[in-house]
Ligand binder design. Structure first.
Ligand code: 5GP
Ligand code: ZN
Length: 139
């Protein structure tokens, strides 16, 4: 897609530190290096985010994660990693070409903070919401 940063990276028009490439996917180091080795995995085909992927593309892209994650962990000697996919601005997406972050972790104060806040929920509200989602997913 014209004027898409990650399409330009996928086409080699903008340089990147590539770590993996095949017919349908590309992985390269994120310029921000939230932690050392912070990597992005993208489909070469332009889609906005996971909400726009069909199952075939998702299968192709997400299937690459285990081997990339293992390679990243071995190369950086990180203790673990967070794999994050931001969808839409409200969720922190700033580049609107689908991508998955692989962020190696070295310590709890290494530059990435993730905090899940627990809220009270009653089981009838949860069941009703689960019903709504099941119906959307066709079950
Ligand atoms: P988002 O916030 O959309 O989930 O992530 C976009 C990521 O793209 C950010 O972590 C940002 O650092 C990275 N990024 C933005 N521009 C470039 C660039 O030109 N090259 C590389 N390698 N990464 C970029
Ligand atoms: Zn694109």
């Amino acid at each position: 897609m014209e004027n898409c940063l990650f399409c330009k990276i996928a086409e080699g028009q903008i340089p990147s530190a590539k770590v993996y490439e095949d017919e349908h996917t590309l992985a390269f180091l994120d310029i921000s290096q939230t932690t050392k080795g912070h990597m992005l995995l993208i489909p070469k085909k332009h889609v906005r985010n996971t909400l726009e992927m069909d199952e075939g593309l998702a299968q192709t892209v997400f299937a690459r994660l285990p081997k990339l994650a293992r390679a990243l962990q071995k190369a950086t000697k990180a203790g673990g990693m967070n794999i994050i996919n931001n969808n839409e601005e409200i969720a922190g997406q700033t580049v609107f070409h689908a991508h998955i972050h692989l962020i190696p972790r070295y310590s709890t104060d290494d530059g990435l903070e993730i905090h899940f806040t627990a809220h009270d929920s009653d089981s009838s509200a949860l069941n009703s919401l689960a019903d709504d989602i099941r119906s959307e997913v066709g079950q």
